[in-house]
Design a protein around this ligand. Structure first.
Ligand code: TPP
Length: 310
């Protein structure tokens, strides 16, 4: 969680300095979700995420260097500098995005799970992360319907941070209990406190086991909150400062640290060492990205079409 937070704080700084361009959506406040769920998956499982996916990529094991290089648009980046913040991709880790279009990851995940089924690769899980906003889209309903109908091994992880850009969930959903939406398709749906990493881990463990064991799709509603604006361009005028402060009281990193201290597992020295390690890793990633290369212009059409050899 600390790696995600410090990485993103640095990205925000670099964005303001003009080093990172395009769009940048921060996950700060939501770290317990990716951190709780992803370690429950194995290397053969697949992961699909949205444009708020730096944390998912980091926890999935994509090296911070290649993520930062991607932010800078350098060829050393995980998407060869073509994707930027919203399109992190690493096929070797079965990390399939980084999807800029709301809900677009859902049919991709359904397709990955269907492919596993058709190729006889049993025991594999596809985890798909998406926001509460995606549940209001037709693509969620089509995907949920097919996942249930075909009994596919997908874990649907809805990151309910209560806002879709500048619109609060009560203003765009007729039914704000998102578990009921999944239940309409006969998909078991469990609400989880998405600010508590241990709670997320426990529920995710049971959910992954159930999906892997052939139980069909499962829906987790991870109730969380983003502290920062929707993206770096958003003036964030649609919500009350007091609301943000209330959620910060339940900060996932501070809460876990306090609980570990209470149990005598963490002390000042260990916490400082962790902070120092993360600071070193972030500084190294920035240095690597700065020293990276922009793609030569004559390579711009490379990978636009597959190269067919006779
Ligand atoms: C199909 C589509 N419609 C609209 C947009 C513009 N848009 C970008 S983010 C967003 C809100 C999505 O909210 P949510 O799914 O809750 O994710 P969050 O940003 O809260 O993580 C919208 C409407 C888009 N990218 N794709």
């Amino acid at each position: 969680m600390l790696r995600i937070r410090r990485f993103e704080e640095k990205c925000a700084e670099l964005y303001s300095a003009g080093k990172i361009r395009g769009f940048l959506h921060l996950y700060i406040g939501e770290e317990a979700v990716a951190t709780g769920v992803l370690p429950e998956l194995g290397p053969d499982d697949a992961v699909v995420a949205t444009y708020r996916e730096h944390g998912h990529a980091l926890v999935r094991g994509v090296p911070m260097r290649s993520l930062m290089a991607e932010m800078f648009g350098k060829v050393e980046g995980c998407s060869h500098g073509r994707g930027g913040s919203m399109h992190l991709f690493d096929v070797s880790r079965r990390f399939y995005g980084g999807q800029a279009i709301v809900g677009a990851g859902l049919p991709t995940a359904i397709g990955l799970a269907l492919a596993d089924r058709m190729l006889g690769r049993t025991g594999r899980v596809t985890a798909c992360f998406f926001g509460d906003g995606a549940v209001a889209e037709g693509v969620f309903h089509e995907s949920a319907n097919l996942a249930a109908l075909w009994h596919l091994p997908v874990l649907l992880c809805c990151e309910n941070n209560r806002y879709a850009m500048g619109t609060a969930i009560e203003r765009y959903e007729s039914q704000t209990d998102l578990c009921l939406k999944a239940a309409a398709y006969e998909i078991p749906a469990w609400p989880v406190d998405g600010m508590d990493v241990l709670a997320v881990r426990d529920v995710a463990r049971r959910a992954v086991e159930a999906v892997r064991g052939g139980g069909g799709p499962l829906f987790l509603e991870l109730q969380t909150y983003r502290y920062r604006a929707h993206s770096m361009y958003d003036p964030d005028r649609y919500r009350d400062r007091a609301e943000i402060e209330r959620w910060k009281q339940r900060d996932p990193i501070a809460t876990l640290a306090a609980s570990l201290r209470e149990r005598g597992v963490l002390d000042d020295t260990a916490q400082r060492a962790m902070e120092d390690d993360v600071a070193t890793e972030v500084a190294d990633a920035v240095e690597y990205a700065e020293a990276g290369h922009l793609e030569p212009v004559d390579e711009l059409t490379r990978w636009v079409h597959s190269e067919v050899t006779a």
